[in-house]
Design a protein around this ligand. Structure first.
Ligand SMILES: NC(=O)c1ccc[n+]([C@@H]2O[C@H](COP(=O)([O-])OP(=O)(O)OC[C@H]3O[C@@H](n4cnc5c(N)ncnc54)[C@H](OP(=O)(O)O)[C@@H]3O)[C@@H](O)[C@H]2O)c1
Length: 257
């Protein structure tokens, strides 16, 4: 399969790295020349990857085209390109709806939205997909976990929760600072907290059917220390800002803010 990328920035680089280090490897990756440095580095690193002379060269060479430019330039970049019937367009662009994309990439008729995270470079992390498409899901399952939905509002809701990544890192960062204040070596604290995060994620993945309340119960011995921390946070209203914050992000994905 020949996969083209319009926009060779951070997320395109992560997807290319993931695909070129997973099995089966893509037959060919064709990159748009911007960002020139990133495109050249990927072409030097992976034999499957090459840089086209321009964006139209990517579209002409590929049956699948991934769109990975930033939202403000999407309309200008895509409306300058000639797509063709039968092409599969996978848009990684946030906040540009399926209807808007249809108008921009016609007469290409298979259009899928997908939002991977940079960790797909290491074959981990979720990719939300809308609408469901078996081959696109299979592609992203090679480099993480694809979750497809058949409703754009739900897709945008999945996208919204990815915006909690910085806050989740901030929580780990505050624990690292606290450990450092207690004299724990910085590297040891970072390794410990990263491994703890991995353990929680692995447990959640292994027990998907249980639901998060069961996981909470499993680690919360009555009168125990996990229960004490959770109770402290709940009593302080620590989780209350989460839903309004997510609603505000969802509004941005829906183009309402
Ligand atoms: N980063 C993420 O975690 C993530 C995750 C999922 C989806 N996304 C979405 O993916 C898109 C790209 O995000 P990003 O973080 O990868 O941004 P980025 O690093 O800024 O990449 C965007 C790329 O588009 C290039 N570009 C600008 N104008 C262009 C043109 N006319 N033709 C071709 N390429 C052009 C830029 O090149 P120059 O550097 O030369 O300007 C840059 O390399 C966004 O729509 C974002 O919503 C991002």
């Amino acid at each position: 399969m020949k996969i083209g990328f319009i926009g060779t920035g951070n997320i395109a680089s992560a997807v290319v790295e993931g695909l070129c280090t997973a099995e089966p490897r893509p037959e060919r990756i064709v990159l748009s020349p911007r960002n020139a440095e990133k495109a050249a580095a990927l072409a030097a690193q992976f034999t499957e990857a090459e840089v086209a002379t321009d964006n139209q060269g990517v579209v002409d060479a590929c049956d699948w085209v991934m769109l990975a430019v930033r939202p403000p330039v999407a309309q200008e970049v895509l409306s300058a390109l000639r797509f063709r019937p039968g092409q599969t367009i996978v848009s990684l662009i946030a906040a540009v709806s399926l209807d808007e994309l249809k108008a921009l990439v016609a007469p290409a008729d298979t259009i899928i939205r997908a939002v991977p995270l940079p960790a797909v470079a290491n074959h981990v992390g979720p990719t939300a997909i809308f609408p469901a498409h078996a081959e696109v899901e299979a592609l992203f399952n090679r480099i993480g976990v694809a979750v497809a939905v058949d409703d754009e509002y739900r897709y945008n809701a999945l996208c919204a929760v990815t915006a909690t990544a910085a806050a989740q890192y901030a929580l780990l960062g505050r624990m690292a600072d606290w450990l450092a204040a207690k004299g724990v070596d910085g590297q040891d604290a970072a390794r410990y907290l990263a491994a703890m995060g991995q353990a929680l994620a692995a447990d959640a993945a292994a027990k998907i059917d249980h639901g998060f309340d069961v996981l909470i119960d499993e680690v919360s011995t009555p009168g125990g220390m996990n229960e004490q921390i959770l109770k402290t946070f709940r009593e302080a209203g620590w989780f209350e800002p989460l839903e309004p914050a997510l609603e505000a992000i969802l509004d941005r994905h829906e183009g309402k803010a």
